[in-house]
Design a binder for this molecule. Structure first.
Ligand SMILES: Nc1ncnc2c1ncn2[C@@H]1O[C@H](COP(=O)(O)OP(=O)(O)OP(=O)(O)O)[C@@H](O)[C@H]1O
Ligand SMILES: [Mg+2]
Length: 262
């Protein structure tokens, strides 16, 4: 099982939108079995993916080693996505020992791993214990950004965090994690300022980290999130969807899957 953490310390840039849509596309179009772990106490991903919820919540995976029966109960169903939802106790995880929580989580994900293709982790918009724990266990990191100056300023901070985490991982004899890339979300191609920032970013030292596939701003993405459905399911619920958003998430997911075969 690959572990992919969606992260950005700044809020509202689309971590949850990107993470949940990628999970849906991986499951629905690529026949992958997904374990979705919501580590954000806000629980937005848990609301959106509610129908996939299993008995285990995020805190269970970090606070203790799961029993064999619990693992069996989670993997038994035929659902293509299994959600370990955010719970209120996540707020207390900030006071727990990072080393213990990350060791528990790594052990539990290892045990669950043989039953899933991907674990997708949604994270909170703060650099607290929870984000550090996720970064200590993940194999890959995906960073959604918006093309605005504040979002891009925060990016350097996040890249420093990533380097520091990999240093800690190396010092502890762990494999380092892979920065899969930066995905531009809420793109408005007609907006001159966004085009200028995109060009600056492409020419910068981190230009090579930009993924090819961007996600445009789309009302359907918001509607799908708030109606707890996929972009495809939105058509039946609302009578409309956004074909471009569907195509963009398909292309982004394919780019992520292809990255793994490189
Ligand atoms: N491509 C998009 N087009 C239109 N709206 C979007 C898009 N991506 C995200 N949104 C909307 O922007 C808001 C923030 O998105 P989202 O919740 O995914 O961000 P986040 O990074 O997870 O936020 P937080 O840091 O609070 O967890 C939501 O209302 C969501 O519906
Ligand atoms: Mg979120």
């Amino acid at each position: 099982m690959k572990i992919l953490t969606i992260t950005n310390q700044k809020g509202g840039l689309g971590k949850t939108a990107v993470g949940t849509n990628i999970a849906r596309v991986m499951a629905d179009s690529f026949n992958k079995k997904i374990l979705f772990l919501d580590l954000d106490v806000q629980g937005n991903a848990s609301d959106t993916l509610e129908k996939f919820k299993c008995k285990l919540c995020a805190t269970d995976l970090m606070s203790r080693v799961l029993k064999e029966e619990e693992i069996k109960a989670v993997v038994e169903g035929s659902q293509s996505i299994v959600l370990c939802s955010a719970d209120d106790n996540l707020a207390n995880t900030e006071n727990l020992d990072k080393g213990m929580c990350s060791a528990n989580l790594a052990n539990n994900l290892k045990a669950l791993g043989e039953h899933f293709d991907y674990c997708i982790i949604d994270t909170p918009p703060t650099l607290g214990n929870i984000l550090v724990i996720a970064l200590l266990v993940t194999g890959q990191i995906l960073i959604p950004v918006e093309l605005d100056s504040f979002s891009l300023l925060g990016l350097n901070k996040l890249l420093t965090t990533y380097q520091n985490i990999n240093m800690v991982r190396s010092q502890n004899g762990m494999a380092t994690c892979d920065l899969l890339g930066i995905v531009i979300n809420k793109f408005v191609s007609s907006r001159k300022r966004q085009q200028e920032l995109l060009e600056q970013l492409q020419k910068s030292a981190i230009g090579s980290l930009l993924l090819n596939d961007k996600i445009h701003t789309s009302g359907a993405i918001q509607d799908a999130l708030s109606n707890s459905c996929s972009l495809n399911e939105l058509r039946a619920i609302k009578g409309h969807t956004d074909k471009r958003a569907i195509d963009e998430f398909y292309a982004l997911t394919l780019e992520i899957l292809n990255h793994d075969t490189k």
